[in-house]
Design a protein around this ligand. Structure first.
Ligand SMILES: O=C(O)C1=C[C@@H](OP(=O)(O)O)[C@@H](O)[C@H](O)C1
Ligand SMILES: C=C(OP(=O)(O)O)C(=O)O
Length: 419
């Protein structure tokens, strides 16, 4: 079914009820793969996500001489020895932000040249602040366009020291440096420029994953972290289910008045997007303003849900959504307006959704453009649970993080027709 060029969704007649086994967390899987590769010994990762983003990461590590085996659909066995071989070809990482950013900071451990590249979308996603930070640590590195491709001349070492980084565009720059710094020659102080950090919860995930592999890292102040080098230790590591994936199912249940068990209570996730549950639970009385800065990947889910809310919702703190897989502020606004003109608008970097519960049950034919962005496809499928006529173009793009998404909806009784 995912080979179809479009999927038409039929609104279910009643509430969606059932149980769904979520895929593993993308963020945690890609952290664990890198940390296992930087460890000496054999790590067993279970509950892992197998999707475009994690398979690009695994393939890149193999090209750098790391043994990465896949004994099952949800596990990886990684044998690292703490060094990376020079890859014989450029590392192609699709549109996986985590893989590109994390491997860029780890590339100095290669003894030789490394080129990190991605698809056309990735070649528009900024990486200059990470390049500047690594240069200041003495790494020979360049990315002439400010986006991938990135070329690193590795020496097998990272010096450590003090590094200041502008993480205004992505928290992944900090996570990348912290993980790499665990193996540096000297302690590293990572200091953030500015006074606030969007997506801070992802840095907390990084710190937790480093500690699980024996890393020594502490947050010293609001805006600084200290890493003491110590060899990462291979370990058995269980990856938690993906919280961003859970948001679609929580929203599907809220929209249809059903109950979907995703196997884990919202408060049990350590990933930032689980916070979105608090907003979903308020539907159809979501607040007039939602700050998306600490649950960024859940904003498309919340925005589509907001289209059916009793009152309008303004999303603030979402500037970074412009540099994700696509410009998500513009994509969500454009596609909501495709369903019905006036349903959403952009105001500077805010998104305003003019919730209208009377959309429910209407026939509003709309072919939703998904911009190769898994989250646009998954979020707009939710509109198809309430409105007749919603067709999702390029449905296979969900393979970036949730290849089983359409099957999950079908297992809940949603009728999908391929076109
Ligand atoms: O560190 C991570 O795993 C992630 C951090 C966030 O990105 P930014 O830090 O670029 O906002 C998030 O959007 C992305 O899906 C995963
Ligand atoms: C922004 C995302 O991904 P990444 O930055 O890891 O490519 C996402 O999964 O929504």
């Amino acid at each position: 079914m995912v080979a179809a060029s479009a999927l038409r969704i039929t609104p279910p007649a009643g509430p969606l009820n059932g149980q769904i086994e979520l895929p593993g967390s993308k963020s945690i899987t890609n952290r664990a793969l890198l940390l296992a590769a930087l460890s000496d010994g054999e790590s067993h990762l279970t509950g892992a996500l197998k999707s475009d983003d994690t398979l690009y990461m695994a393939a890149a590590l193999r090209l750098m001489g790391v043994s990465v085996e896949e004994p099952s659909d949800t596990s990886f066995v990684v044998k690292g020895n703490g060094t990376f071989a020079a890859p014989s070809e450029p590392l192609f990482l699709g549109n996986a932000g985590t893989a590109v950013r994390f491997l860029t900071a780890a590339a100095p451990y290669v003894n030789g040249p490394v080129i990190l590249d991605g698809n056309a979308h990735m070649q528009k996603r900024p990486i200059a602040p990470l390049i500047a930070a690594l240069s200041s640590l003495g790494v020979t590195i360049s990315a002439p366009t400010g986006c991938p491709p990135v070329t690193v001349q590795g020496t097998g070492h990272l010096s450590g020291g003090q590094v200041t980084i502008d993480a205004g565009l992505s928290s992944q720059y900090i996570s990348a440096i912290l993980m790499a710094a665990g193996r540096a020659d000297a302690p590293t102080d990572v200091v953030l420029e500015g006074s606030s950090l969007d997506a801070r919860g992802y840095v907390d995930l990084t710190v937790a994953a480093m500690k699980a592999f024996g890393g020594m890292v502490e947050q010293r102040e609001e805006m600084s972290w200290h890493v003491t080098p110590s060899p990462y230790r291979a370990t058995g590591f269980r990856i938690e289910p993906d919280a961003s994936a859970a948001t679609y199912l929580w929203a599907a249940a809220a929209l249809t008045g059903g109950k979907i068990d995703v196997g884990l209570a919202p408060e049990s996730f350590s990933q930032p997007d689980a916070k979105a549950f608090g907003m979903i639970a308020l539907f159809p009385h979501m607040p007039a303003e939602i700050d998306g800065s600490q649950m960024q990947d859940a904003v498309p889910t919340l925005a589509v849900l907001a289209a059916f809310n009793a009152t309008p919702v303004r999303f603030v703190g979402i500037r970074n959504l412009r540099v994700k897989e696509c410009d998500r502020i513009s994509a969500v606004s454009t596609e909501l307006n495709r369903i019905r003109a006036g349903l959403a608008r952009e105001e500077a970097d805010d998104l305003i959704v003019n919730g209208d519960p009377s959309l429910t049950g209407q026939l509003l034919p709309a072919r939703i453009e998904t911009y190769s962005d898994h989250r646009i496809a998954m979020a707009f499928a939710l509109a198809g649970l309430k409105i007749d006529g919603i067709t999702i173009l390029d449905p296979a793009c969900v393979g970036k993080t949730y290849p089983g998404y359409w099957e999950a909806l079908e297992s809940l009784g949603v009728l999908l027709v391929s076109e």
